[in-house]
Design a protein around this ligand. Structure first.
Ligand code: X2X
Length: 347
């Protein structure tokens, strides 16, 4: 009798599951970026796949966290944000394992990165996020981060000496740029455009397709670009565990599918013209037209002086940061590093 009653209550609960009229999703950047477009795609797909039951509103440009992007993970785990598509950099102060992606020169190409995300290390990181109150759904991407500045071409560590570079407020970035001889200062993205315009900072680092092009940083004086792929910046599509628990399992399944589909599209947008052609082919198979198919040529046409480092030149920067890498590997934890190295070998 008790079992039957419980069964009836569960069924009633499913039929009358309470949905909020709006679920909030946090994103740091503007709608015209690959990241922003992926967020909107996710919201649209969730609506479609849940038959209109789950309405996600995307809060672009950090509107939900009022300034401090390194607080975003806190908002997610406490349910202030129901969803977020967060940069691993911004969440790394709370989730130290995410510093794996902040290790300078650890991911030589997309192949190694994909292998780590899909491999044991990626699974271990998702498990860790679950312990901390988030439900990770898919890997997206902001991109390989490149250096821009307003002063001079940077080809050697000497060229970087004393340049005032804005970095995100995650401590490993201060360590890295100090070791390289620059003068780093941490600042939230919301303040960077004004700071560049006013010359408070001379340089910054961000992905070409993901941020430098959509924000037209050369118009703010960032005329010199160094392509060195020193750090990769994955995104994580995630729900707050508090919100996730309220969804019946068919809705969870629909949201999970929407995240994987939106993330694949988002990643392709972020890599368009930057990989071996896979991203552009995938987008074309979806019928998506990409305007800038050769991002470096486009930047040159805008008057940006592009310096692409050779492996030998990258080696000089890598030597300078070996101490930072060693120290941060300790912070991240040996097990995860070993798993990531094994995943990379399988790439
Ligand atoms: O702040 C940045 O540089 C950005 C937009 O790339 C991140 O959110 C990590």
């Amino acid at each position: 009798m008790k079992r039957i009653l419980t069964g009836i209550l569960v069924l009633l609960g499913l039929a009358f599951a309470q949905f909020k009229s709006e679920y909030k999703l946090s994103v740091v950047v503007a709608p015209n970026t690959a990241w922003g477009m992926g967020a909107q795609k996710f919201a649209d797909l969730v609506k479609e796949k849940t038959g209109g039951r789950v309405n996600i509103k995307v809060y672009f440009s950090g509107q939900l966290f009022a300034g401090q992007q390194t607080n975003e993970f806190q908002l997610l785990r406490t349910g202030v944000a129901d969803f977020a598509i967060g940069s691993t950099i911004n969440w790394s102060p709370q989730v130290k394992e995410l510093n794996l992606f902040n290790l300078p020169f650890f991911f030589p190409s997309y192949k190694e990165l994909d292998a780590v995300e899909e491999g044991q290390a990626g699974k271990a990181i998702f498990q860790r996020l679950r312990q901390l109150g988030a439900e990770p759904l898919a890997w997206g991407e902001n991109g390989y981060r490149q250096l821009t500045n307003s002063k001079r071409p940077v080809r050697t560590p000497e060229d970087l000496q004393g340049l005032k570079i804005r970095v995100v407020g995650a401590p490993i970035f201060i360590d890295t740029f100090r070791a390289l001889g620059a003068n780093p200062t941490s600042m939230s993205w919301a303040e960077v455009l004004t700071a560049l315009q006013q010359g408070v900072i001379e340089g910054q680092e961000n992905p070409i397709v993901g941020v430098i092009i959509p924000y037209k940083l050369w118009e703010l004086g960032q005329r010199y670009l160094t392509v060195w792929n020193y750090v990769i910046d994955p995104l994580i599509f995630a729900a707050s565990a508090q919100t996730w628990r309220t969804f019946p399992s068919d809705v969870q399944k629909a949201i999970q599918e929407a995240a994987l589909e939106a993330a694949r599209y988002q990643k392709a947008l972020a890599r368009a013209g930057m990989d071996d052609g896979t991203a552009l082919r995938y987008l074309s198979s979806l019928g998506v037209k990409v305007e800038i198919t050769d991002p470096l040529a486009y930047l040159r046409s805008q008057g940006v002086q592009v310096t692409v480092l050779t492996p030998l030149e990258i080696g000089r920067f890598r030597e300078r940061v070996s101490g930072v890498v060693q120290r941060w590997m300790g912070e991240i934890g040996g097990t995860l590093i070993v798993q990531a190295e094994a995943d990379k070998k399988r790439a």
